[in-house]
Design a protein. Structure first.
Ligand code: 3HC
Length: 293
């Protein structure tokens, strides 16, 4: 019998985690939203408030539904509050040891039949899974930024993921109004494997002063109909996240397309991580994440 998801946990309330928590809550699911650091918890809560406010002002959500959505999310610094969740999605930064530590801790907190999911963009889900006591219940559930808006989820099935686990997660993604695809455990899965070579190429064109940032972005927006140009998109994704994704893909595939352009690392070191810090390839009035422009 398939699982009925009435309560889920989200660990990590950065750009992605806050958006993912909002998506679950918008679809009538109780959410336990966890950040161990109280300041980050407050920031994450602020992201959700701002985003739902925007959804109301855009006519996507009635005020009473926005209030109900917010009431469905319990913000906490305690991971143990996920004890009765049927699914927990981790959305912490792209560091494998951190992700393993979170899933291993959750292993002892949730029920035996609960599912543990990672929102990793490129790290090996199998490696994260085998750090837990029961790798069969670990799956990748990869949302796209901004999670509240993008209608796509990659469900990553490892060689050891149980069939019922990935089938239930896929059905859940459907229920959330997302188009799910099932993909194997290869760095970048489908979308990032295709996207990041292009983004990295745009950065190297910018770095070599081949074209200005505005012209590079205009080429893809107006010439190819993309909703955003590559440098603006990198600012949205976050240059720190982009660097980690490229680096992981490069180490796994050794494709030069994915060798991170040096300026990405330099900008990350300088704190120019994109919208989340207020400055990346472009400058923003105020740090804004995961808000849509
Ligand atoms: N909840 C629900 N809907 C919302 C919302 C919210 N909080 N905020 C905005 N929206 C809706 C708006 O009402 C609008 O809907 P409409 O088209 O029906 O009117 C739509 O979302 C777009 O919002 P905006 O008009 O405010 O913004 P733009 O039209 O400028 O679009 C964008 C912004 C959606 C970010 C668009 O530029 C875009 O699609 N960019 C590309 C994003 C992308 O490629 N993401 C993937 C990145 S890769 C990734 O995430 C993988 C990871 O591993 C790194």
């Amino acid at each position: 019998m398939s699982r009925e998801f009435t309560k889920v946990g989200v660990v990590g309330l950065g750009t992605m985690g806050a958006g993912i928590a909002e998506v679950f809550a918008r679809n009538g699911i109780e959410v336990v939203a966890v950040e161990v650091d109280p300041d980050a918890l407050e920031r994450g809560q602020g992201f959700v408030t701002k985003s739902t406010g925007r959804a109301v002002s855009r006519g996507k959500l009635a005020q009473e539904d926005a209030d109900a959505l917010q009431a469905r999310i319990r913000f906490t610094t305690e991971m143990s509050d996920c004890a009765d969740c049927q699914l927990v999605v981790e959305a912490v930064p792209e560091r494998i040891e951190l992700k393993k530590a979170i899933l291993t801790a959750l292993d002892d907190i949730v029920a035996d039949d609960a599912i543990l999911a990672t929102n990793t963009s490129s790290l090996p889900v199998t490696e994260i899974a085998v750090a837990t006591k029961d790798p069969k219940r670990v799956v990748g559930m990869h949302f796209f930024n901004p999670a509240q808006v993008m209608q796509f989820v990659e469900v990553i099935k490892t060689v050891i993921t149980a069939d019922d686990v990935f089938a239930d997660v896929k059905a859940l993604a459907d229920r959330l109004g997302k188009q799910p695809v099932v993909v194997g455990d290869k760095a970048g899965f489908i979308a990032n494997a295709l996207l990041f070579g292009y983004l990295n190429h745009a950065v190297s064109m910018y770095e070599s002063k081949y074209a200005s940032r505005e012209d590079l972005d205009a080429a893809m927006r107006f010439g190819c109909g993309y909703p955003m140009g590559p440098l603006a998109l990198l600012d949205l994704i976050g240059l720190d996240t982009a660097y980690e994704i490229l680096d992981t893909m490069y180490k796994q595939g050794r494709d030069r397309l994915h060798a991170p352009s040096p300026i990405i690392k330099q900008m990350v070191s300088a704190g120019l991580t994109g919208r989340k810090s207020g400055r990346g390839f472009y400058t923003y009035a105020a740090p804004s994440s995961p808000e849509v422009v």
